[in-house]
Design a protein around this ligand. Structure first.
Ligand code: GDP
Length: 366
């Protein structure tokens, strides 16, 4: 399954946020393909379209939102890439995630120790980023050693790789992450193959105190993180992990009331889920039958057979066609039958690029 990793220095609020995620958590019986691990929390992606589709199908037995995973990656401290703290065990965990959610402490609380003595979000961010860059530098230097020999024999592929590696090394030495280095399309393919930590998309999550949520424009820490994110080709959101842990304990109606009291439209967790979803280039397609109405996550750019494969590998192997209607057309028509009569249901083949909001019915050979 698709996953995002939560990183940050100790005592910034990672566990508080992660516990809120698992508590608000999805019903795992619906997601048998997800990992069972205490450090992994499954979240449902809120999507108002699912409700509407459920009404149209009057009524399906089940409605199942799409979900993805958050992994709690503890253990990054200064020197971690050289084996300090929990050592570099975290590196292998980060390699496995699709995106990084970097939690940054923006709350002031003298009772809670800050690892470096004072609240300083930019220095915190740089500490973590430096560890990731150092780990990548090591990866790149090792590869350079191997490739250099081949370049002396004028091996074309090796020379192309050497050029990319050198550019990365220079960037890392200036503490620039791989995602901020410009490459041609061909070079990007090479970079992808190196599985670098700093190639991954990053979302900075500014964690503010519970009484600060409504006044973030005056929070100088938040503003600093925001500016940093803009420079760093990264996205940024503000949450209060403390508040999220309180929200996670409430049910639907209580939750709505509490949010209204706080004066916010959407819980931080829902914002986090949606921001991560966008960051990763994820989109949603739907299946809608009498058994269930269900949302499925896919990565933009895939074609109909791969989308079918997300449900079951047999659907991909035996793919014939996908009956497809856009969510908007279906809702406007009012029913699948009406959409068909209006000619809005298309028969798409194996080259069809799946779009966000497609409602699909796959035909396949077994
Ligand atoms: P981690 O080490 O990054 O996982 O941090 P924790 O989630 O364990 O949080 C460290 C401490 O900070 C805990 O005592 C939390 O209750 C506290 N904490 C987390 N978020 C907030 C917040 O927004 N405001 C305040 N005052 N304390 C917080």
């Amino acid at each position: 399954a698709l996953t995002a990793g939560i990183v940050g220095l100790p005592n910034v609020g990672k566990s508080t946020l992660f516990n809120a995620i698992t508590q608000a958590g999805a019903e795992s019986a619906n997601y048998p393909f997800c990992t069972i691990d205490p450090n992994v929390g499954i979240v449902e992606v809120p999507d108002h379209r699912l409700q509407k589709l459920t009404e149209l199908v009057n009524p399906p037995k089940k409605t199942i939102p799409t979900a993805f995973e958050f992994t709690d990656i503890a253990g990054i401290v200064k020197g971690a890439s050289k084996g300090e703290g929990l050592g570099n065990k975290f590196l292998s965990h980060i390699r496995q995630v699709d995106a990084i959610c970097h939690v940054v402490r923006c709350f002031q609380d003298d009772n809670i120790t800050h690892v470096s003595g004072k609240v300083d979000p930019i220095s915190d961010i740089e500490t973590i980023n430096l560890e990731l860059i150092l780990a990548d530098l090591e990866t790149v230097l090792k590869r350079i050693q191997r490739v250099e020999k081949l370049t002396r024999q004028k091996d074309k592929e090796a020379m192309a790789e050497f050029e990319v590696l050198s550019k990365l090394r220079d960037a890392f030495e200036e503490e620039i992450p791989a995602r901020a280095v410009e490459f041609t399309e061909d070079q990007q393919k090479l970079v992808k193959g190196f599985h670098l930590l700093t190639s991954k998309s990053v979302l900075y999550v500014a964690n503010v105190g519970e009484d600060e949520l409504l006044d973030i424009d005056n929070n100088k820490y938040v503003q600093l993180v925001k500016e940093f994110a803009e420079k760093d080709e990264a996205k940024f959101i503000v949450i209060s992990a403390k508040v999220e842990s309180e929200i996670a304990e409430l049910d639907g109606e209580e939750k709505a009331m509490f949010l209204e009291e706080l004066g916010i439209a959407q819980s931080g967790l829902d914002q986090l889920i949606q921001a991560t979803y966008q960051l990763l280039g994820f989109a949603t397609y739907f299946t809608a039958g009498e058994q269930e109405v269900r949302a499925w996550t896919f990565k933009k750019g895939i074609k109909a057979p791969q989308a079918a494969g997300i449900i079951h590998t047999d659907f991909e192997k035996g793919f014939i066609r996908a009956e497809t209607v856009s969510y908007e057309d279906l809702v406007e028509a009012g029913s699948e039958q009406a959409a068909k009569e209006k000619g809005k249901v298309r028969l798409e083949g194996k080259d069809y690029l799946v779009k966000d909001g497609d409602v699909m019915h796959f035909r396949f050979n077994v």
